[in-house]
Write a protein that binds this ligand. Structure first.
Ligand code: FAD
Ligand code: DLZ
Ligand code: SF4
Length: 506
């Protein structure tokens, strides 16, 4: 499958190259079950075609079905059925899928086809399902920090014997500097499209013109070799300052010191553990500070593994949870970027152009705004799945529904990531370019995030009032006199009415 483009894929373990046939297929159903960003589809189809060539060069026989093959039946199951008819295999061997929807498909094949079906675990993660389950089983609450420590011990990354390197497990407090006044890092590498990529770009342009995004200046790596070049580029130019400026945002700078490696990690072109080992090595060689190496490794063996564990543990209904009963339709400008809020225009515009936004833009700008207006978390989740080149449900859903929208009621995050304009102002240069005044709560030019923030707390008090981590903001709200509270809520209500659609949570 499109996110299984790894040399060490479990489905190939112990298989005789002479006897086996690898089946790969570009299918309409996978490209349209949500309307994926055109760059994401182009990246995956091109990376799949290059990977098929790589497999052939390594001696495998590959049946590759392109999207425009007239016989293409358009879905995984229908294409496997056609291959079973053609090849009459003794057995089908497949590596487990990255989402419940496809998992159910694979599980149905045993009854459908007259041959054995073997579904193998995906071994490209640090923790197996059983390991995560064993860690989670007896805990009252699941917190990334404690799981992360287990993963540090298991991998030996940044360990000094049994102790964490430097004496502390986590240097998060040193990962929050506002952006520096000058000095911008080099952009990520851009790779010139070869003939395969050019063909894919034409195909995607013709077939998916009603999907979000732009294809111009497509420069993604589509081979492991090029993905490794981007990895090396990041280690040299960006990692040293990644720790300091992980949370910073700057106008016209969508990438800053971020890795821009998630599409390659998630599709299998890069190996997460190899990458973390390279980061550990750069630290030991004195090339990067500890807050950068630890901060980066935490994202991969901590957050990435943790959200995967949560996704599979919570079951297929996780994506339908709506703790705050939020119901508003996601505004149309999420698909156009046409809004006068500069922070939102930057985050959404970058997303439309590049199928990328960095973590703080996703969490504290677009995610924060959706949370504050009471947007339906299922719609929010679908948007994130559509627009990012790195989005697969196992990683996207817990980040969106859990971390960003608090839809799981605090299973993944101990408090909602809600903030007023002050946070965005502290961590970016956005507010200086905005028509709104970030210091104001009321009036036509008041930053919308401000009144919305207090309104969010006030209207969700029954559900959030007991959360210890929100005690301070609720105290601050209670300190405001009644007239101020009323004015703030009126400001928010007037604003929310302009968004139209169905109503927010009460
Ligand atoms: P960097 O900031 O350089 O981080 C390095 C790597 O760490 C990333 O490549 C990624 O593999 C990993 N990582 C960092 N944070 C997380 C995280 N919270 N969860 C999992 N892995 C993480 N990430 C995805 O890979 N796919 C998604 O669909 C996705 N959806 C998200 C939705 C929301 C609402 C939020 C708040 C975050 C989401 N993330 C997702 C996590 C994170 O934003 C991206 O992994 C990151 O922005 C990718 O860019 P980068 O490679 O430059 O990352
Ligand atoms: C995301 C995606 C897209 C757009 N297209 C394909 C495809 O045509 N063929 C394929 O094998 N995989 C594709 N994928 C990735 C799958 O949707 C992914 O494997 C599932 O999300 C399960 O992890
Ligand atoms: Fe965003 Fe408000 Fe700042 Fe404008 S003033 S950029 S809307 S936080």
């Amino acid at each position: 499958m499109g996110d299984q483009l790894s040399d060490n894929l479990s489905s190939l373990d112990g298989i005789d190259k002479g006897e086996a046939r690898i089946l790969m297929m570009e299918v309409g159903d996978e490209a349209t079950y949500v309307r994926h960003h055109v760059r994401k589809i182009a990246f995956l189809f091109s990376a799949m075609r290059h990977h098929a060539e790589r497999l052939r060069a390594a001696g495998w026989k590959v049946d590759y079905v392109t999207l425009d093959d007239p016989d293409n039946e358009g879905s995984f199951s229908a294409e496997v059925a056609r291959a079973v008819e053609r090849l009459r295999p003794e057995r089908i061997v497949v590596t487990e899928a990255g989402e419940w929807r496809v998992r159910a498909m694979l599980e149905s094949w045993q009854d459908r086809f007259d041959c054995a079906v073997e579904i193998r675990p995906d071994t490209r993660f640090v923790a197996s399902h059983a390991e995560f389950e064993a860690w989670a089983a007896d805990r009252k609450s699941l917190r990334m920090e404690f799981f992360y420590r287990e993963m540090r011990r298991k991998t030996g990354l940044l360990m000094d014997g049994a102790k964490p390197e430097g004496g502390q497990w986590n240097y998060d407090a040193e990962n929050r500097k506002p952006p520096p006044a000058a000095a911008r890092p080099p952009a990520p590498l851009a790779f010139e499209p070869d003939k395969i990529t050019q063909d894919v770009l034409s195909l995607v342009k013709a077939r998916f013109d009603n999907h979000v995004g732009r294809l111009e200046d497509f420069g993604f790596a589509v081979t492991r070799e090029d993905a490794l070049k981007q990895q090396a580029h990041f280690l040299k130019h960006h990692l040293p300052r990644f720790g300091d400026y992980q949370d910073a945002m700057v106008t016209g700078e969508p990438y800053l010191w971020h890795a821009v490696l998630s599409p390659y990690l998630n599709a299998g072109l890069l190996d997460p553990l190899d990458l973390c080992r390279a980061v550990g090595k750069a630290y030991r060689a004195g090339r990067v500070p500890l807050n950068a190496a630890e901060g980066f490794i935490r994202q991969i063996i901590g957050w990435r593994e943790f959200v995967r564990g949560i996704y599979w543990r919570e079951g297929p209904d996780y994506t339908t949870r709506n703790f705050l009963n939020a119901k508003r339709d996601l505004p149309d400008f999420y698909w156009t970027g046409e809004t006068d809020m500069h922070c939102m225009a930057e985050a959404i515009g970058g997303t439309i152009d590049h199928a990328y936004a960095h973590h703080i833009q996703r969490l504290m700008v677009t995610g924060n705004y959706a949370l504050l207006i009471g947007a339906d978390p299922e719609q929010v989740q679908r948007w994130y799945l559509e627009v990012y080149a790195d989005a697969y449900e196992w990683v996207e859903a817990p980040n969106t529904l859990g971390m960003s929208q608090f839809g799981d009621g605090g299973l993944l995050a101990s408090k909602p990531y809600a903030s007023s304009g002050a946070y965005i102002n502290r961590m970016s240069d956005y507010c200086g370019h905005c028509r709104y005044d970030v210091k104001k709560r009321e009036g036509a030019d008041a930053c919308p995030f401000n009144a919305l923030y207090w309104d969010f707390l006030a209207r969700n008090r029954a559900k959030l009032g007991n959360n210890q981590r929100l005690a301070m903001p609720y105290r601050n709200w209670d300190r405001m006199d009644e007239a101020t509270q009323k004015a703030v809520r009126k400001q928010a209500a007037t604003y929310l009415r302009t968004l139209g659609g169905s109503d927010a949570s009460t």
